[in-house]
Every structure is written in structure tokens, then in C-alpha cells.
Ligand binder design. Structure first.
Ligand code: ZN
Length: 140
């Protein structure tokens, strides 16, 4: 799929918001269908997922305490007719140990986001029968 650059947002998420819920709500309010999302900051009690091919589901990794959000990277596309953020997070603790995965929840202490809207045909997630909603593959 090919897109043209649209609006660019640089913003701070209010403290106490759930990061994933905020990004989904922001996309809905701003009528963003497709975007690249990047961010840094700090999250409280984040929960990330590891997708297991064996069980075809996400294993939950629950972290307790406040973690540096070293890197947030992901995208927004359309799932079930709504903008849907798919975000991965790299998180660091006070010792510099790093954890990460598919972002499920996390309360914002600080989050600075960069959202680059992309304009073009809607990019749609579809159920692939493995508990994953994925885009069509690009054939070349
Ligand atoms: Zn993921």
C-alpha cells in the first residue's frame, strides 16, 4: 500500500490515561485512519503481550512499578470499522533491565507521542483465524 503524508502531531498524553486507549480515542477524534506512532516517556504497571504461535494467543507479561518507556513504536489502521492502534513497547526498570512486547495496558506517567498521519486507501485488519487481525500481504 502506498500513502501520502498527512497531518503530523506531537503531543503529551495526560498523566493517568491508559496509553493504548488514549491513542485509539485520539485517532477517532482526529479522524485518523492510518498513521505511524512513535513515543517515549514513562508507564506505570505496564502489561505487554508475547504472541505464542503454539497456543495462538498472547501470553500476558505483567510488570509492576514505573518503567521508562524507552521506545513506543507502532501504527494505526482500521479494524472492525474503527481506527485501531497496534503498539509495541520497550520498557526499562531502575536497574536498566529491559522488557518489552505488544502493548496491552499501561498507565501514563509521562508520554510524548509523535503521530504521522498517512493518507490513501484504508488499510484494513482482518481476522486470519489465529487470533490475529492482520493486513493483506503485499505481493511483489
Ligand atoms: Zn503486536
Amino acid at each position: 500500500m502506498e500513502f501520502k503524508p498527512g497531518r503530523v502531531f506531537l503531543l503529551r498524553v495526560p498523566e493517568g490515561e491508559d496509553l493504548l486507549e488514549f491513542v485509539n480515542r485520539f485517532a477517532e477524534r482526529k479522524k485518523i485512519e492510518t498513521a505511524i506512532v512513535k513515543g517515549i516517556g514513562s508507564l506505570r504497571n505496564p502489561v505487554v503481550g508475547y504472541y505464542s504461535e503454539e497456543i495462538k494467543a498472547y501470553k500476558r507479561i505483567e510488570l509492576f512499578g514505573t518503567f521508562e518507556l524507552l521506545t513506543l513504536l507502532g501504527n494505526i489502521s482500521i479494524k472492525d470499522g474503527q481506527p485501531f492502534a497496534h503498539l509495541h513497547a520497550t520498557l526499562g526498570n531502575a536497574n536498566g533491565d529491559v522488557f518489552g512486547g505488544h502493548l496491552i495496558t499501561g498507565e501514563v506517567f509521562v508520554a510524548e507521542l509523535y503521530i504521522q498521519e498517512l493518507l490513501g486507501e484504508a488499510l484494513i485488519r482482518k481476522d486470519r483465524g489465529n487470533n490475529l487481525h492482520l493486513w493483506d500481504e503485499e505481493r511483489v
